[in-house]
Ligand binder design. Structure first.
Ligand code: BTN
Length: 269
């Protein structure tokens, strides 16, 4: 473990995080968070960051590759400590996405046409390319792990995709902040701002603050697009996206009715 690329003491001093691990190389920060979730003495929230991940995971069978200059980290927290009941756990990925947009917006030149948006359920888009992925996981098992949640976040910051690998079918091509702004961004400052925004937005979620929902609606990248949603058992729904409802479900209108989609993957048509 090394704190060469991020400052653990500053993170503890300037954010709501109480325990920090900074790794040079790790398989997956989410996997390390799953291990730590069993430790009853651990002070939470805990942050596990890695400069390089060798086995980063995305949703489903997807992998997450982390090249030099990206931010890859996991937050392990106990939602009840933040007045978030289990019924609201499914909304934590979108709440985190709003927080990340809050923190990244000042990094963009206000004169540029670059636009950040949230692609339900867990991606952040910069214009029409993928800037960030979020993977929330429940460690499961007996207490204390079963009461804890992991929010894994990968943000492309200074890792350029000028020569991107071919995007897998149906997946958005990757992009980084530096590809858009042309300059190098401060990883420590962005991480601090992301963590503070997550804390603020979690407080809003706990208190049903309507501002969280209004912001989420305004950031929904899929609204008005024609999409295909793939769910379990090969079930597919095609229709027009009407946005996201108060519970975080995606609203898709087809010729029969409006569907409330709670899980699945989406591609635009
Ligand atoms: C996705 O786009 O499907 C989600 C990607 C999530 C990647 C992050 S990187 C930090 C954390 N550790 C992992 O193994 N995955 C998440």
């Amino acid at each position: 473990m090394s704190d060469a690329y991020l400052d653990a003491n500053a993170i503890r001093a300037e954010t709501f995080v109480r325990y920090v691990e900074i790794h040079e190389t790790l398989g997956s920060t989410n996997n390390r968070a799953i291990e730590l979730a069993r430790d009853v003495t651990l002070e939470l929230p805990a942050l596990i960051a890695a400069r390089h991940q060798t086995a980063g995971r995305g949703r489903g069978a997807n992998k997450w590759s982390s090249s030099e200059g990206s931010l890859t980290f996991s937050l392990l927290l106990e939602p009840a400590q933040h007045e978030i009941p289990t019924t609201k756990w499914p909304q934590l990925a979108l709440t985190t996405a709003v927080a990340i947009v809050d923190a990244l917006t000042p990094e963009l030149n206000p004169q540029s046409l670059a636009r950040l948006a949230i692609k339900w359920p867990n991606d952040i888009m910069l214009n029409d390319a993928k800037l960030c992925g979020i993977l929330t996981e429940s460690p499961g098992g007996p207490a204390p792990a079963k009461d804890r949640l992991i929010i894994g976040i990968g943000i492309n910051i200074n890792n350029s995709f000028c020569d991107p690998p071919p995007a897998a079918r149906g997946l958005a091509p990757p992009i980084s902040l530096t590809d858009t702004t042309g300059h190098t961004h401060d990883l420590q400052q962005i991480l601090r701002n992301v963590l503070n925004s997550i804390h603020n937005r979690i407080v809003q979620l706990a208190h049903n603050d309507p501002q969280l929902f209004t912001t989420l609606q305004s950031l929904c990248w899929l609204t008005e697009k024609t999409v295909e949603v793939s769910q379990d058992h090969n079930r597919q729904i095609r229709g027009q996206c009407l946005g996201i409802d108060h519970d975080g479900a995606l609203l898709i209108e087809d010729s029969f009715r409006t569907h409330q989609i709670r899980s699945g993957s989406v591609r635009t048509l």
